[in-house]
Design a binder for this molecule. Structure first.
Ligand SMILES: [Zn+2]
Length: 439
């Protein structure tokens, strides 16, 4: 195995062993025999020795989880400014000029600054407001793919984006009580990283993608070479492309078409000059660094008409409003429904049947109703659960009004509970699909 294969195998082993240990300790079931566990454990130790790298969350590290009473505030050595933004590719071209550029995802998560000393992760701090962040070192130690120990022994400071994938977001959110549910992966990620109890962070499968080296490997003058260097140390880096002015547009289009295939949220792209000395020579304006610019996706917006509002009872009894509208083309697919999330949104949008609305795909993926141009509503929420007929209940929590079916024996709740029970994350019963359960 070469170095990269070893790193990949280590990640597999860490995930496999963590799952097995969790099932054994918390759920009282065995995913593998002790013999097999020990064999994989020994393989992991051997790889850790060979590569000089220990991934965060590795089962070989008996990091006791820690519960803090508050997150310590940390002042950043230099202010972390956010990038200037544009929606125009031409502006990116002008920005780049004759320079070589690094074009990468702008991941929609939480920016974290990680400091390593003598090859060990010693501090992880959130961006916060750019001047003052929060110390989340204990929590960062549970990130799935962040190395705790690296072969490079000089001081190293990197910036990365902590994210939770869409699939993990859905899986985790489904298990949370309705008042604890998060709106999107970024909120869940923020709530998971800025935790007082690192055991909770550990269960959230947070991943960190490095996007910049602030200190370390000083003789190297190329940002992209530094990314490759980070990868060789065991970090995962944000995906990027090398660009010149003449192929920039093509690269932007590439990312635009790739985003639909990715399991993470991205709210655009980042373009920086590759040349580090050149970047430094530019300095910053009062508001923005001069060596980089963010590109926001131009939302494709369509007008359509509301045909119906469905109220779907979920496994938890929550009744979710879904707008059904005349089919429209958005980002290359036909869209005819969008979740309205809760009663407050239905009321705020004053949505009524037949209303003319604008719809778009948030981050080019999730259909959303943007505006209601005619506002004939709002439609009233259902008085009865349409599945079991029980009288509905309206709850007001901190942020929103929601509609519930209070009947614990509601078939919708039972059915969804069975689907969940049979699913891959629970009993993993093959062939017992949602359609079969419904039958
Ligand atoms: Zn019901």
């Amino acid at each position: 195995m070469n170095y990269e294969e070893k790193m990949q195998r280590m990640q597999e082993l860490v995930e496999l062993l963590k799952k097995a240990a969790y099932a054994y300790e918390q759920e009282d079931r065995e995913l593998m025999s002790n013999f097999e566990y020990d064999k994989l454990y020994d393989e992991l130790i051997k790889l850790e020795e060979e590569t000089g790298t220990v991934l965060a969350g590795s089962v070989t590290q008996k990091v006791g989880y820690e519960v803090a009473s508050n997150l310590k505030k940390v002042t950043h050595p230099s202010r972390m400014l956010s990038l200037d933004k544009t929606k125009e590719v031409d502006r990116l071209k002008n920005f780049l000029g004759e320079q070589l550029g690094m074009l990468s995802w702008k991941l929609d998560g939480l920016t974290i600054v990680c400091t390593y000393e003598d090859g060990k992760l010693v501090q992880a701090v959130t961006r916060g407001n750019g001047e003052i962040g929060e110390d989340v070192t204990n929590n960062a130690k549970t990130f799935v793919n962040l190395p705790l120990t690296i072969a490079y022994k000089e001081p190293l400071v990197i910036r990365g984006e902590a994210v939770i994938t869409y699939s993990d977001f859905e899986r985790i959110n489904e298990r949370l009580e309705s008042e604890e549910k998060y709106k999107n992966p970024r909120n869940l990620c923020s709530g998971s990283v800025r935790q007082l109890n690192s055991e909770i962070t550990a269960k959230r499968n947070v991943r960190l993608y490095a996007f910049a080296v602030v200190a370390g490997n000083e003789t190297c003058n190329s940002k992209m070479e530094k990314m490759e260097w980070l990868r060789s140390l065991g970090f995962e880096t944000v995906e990027y492309k090398t660009v010149r002015q003449d192929d920039l547009e093509e690269a932007v289009a590439y990312f635009g078409s790739e985003i639909k295939k990715r399991d993470f949220a991205s709210d655009g792209l980042v373009l920086v000059y590759d040349d580090i000395a050149y970047s430094k020579s530019l300095g910053t304006t009062a508001k923005f660094p001069k060596d980089g610019i963010a590109f926001k996706w131009q939302d494709e917006i369509s007008e359509t008409h509301i045909l119906d509002i469905e109220w779907n009872t979920s496994r938890t009894g929550l009744i979710n409003p879904v707008a059904i509208f005349e089919p429209v083309e958005l980002e290359g697919t036909t869209v005819e429904r969008a979740s309205l999330h809760n009663l407050s949104i239905v009321e705020d949008l004053k949505i009524g049947i037949g209303d003319k609305v604008t719809v778009f795909k948030a981050n080019m993926i999730i259909p959303q109703v943007a505006q209601n141009l005619t506002q004939s509503g709002p439609v009233a929420p259902p008085c009865e659960c349409h599945v079991c007929g029980a009288e509905t209940v309206i709850k007001q929590d901190k942020t929103a009004k929601t509609v519930y079916c209070p009947n614990g024996n509601c078939p919708a709740q039972r059915q969804q509970a069975f689907v969940h029970y049979a699913s891959r994350d629970a009993m993993n019963i093959e062939g017992l699909s949602e359609a079969t359960v419904e039958k």
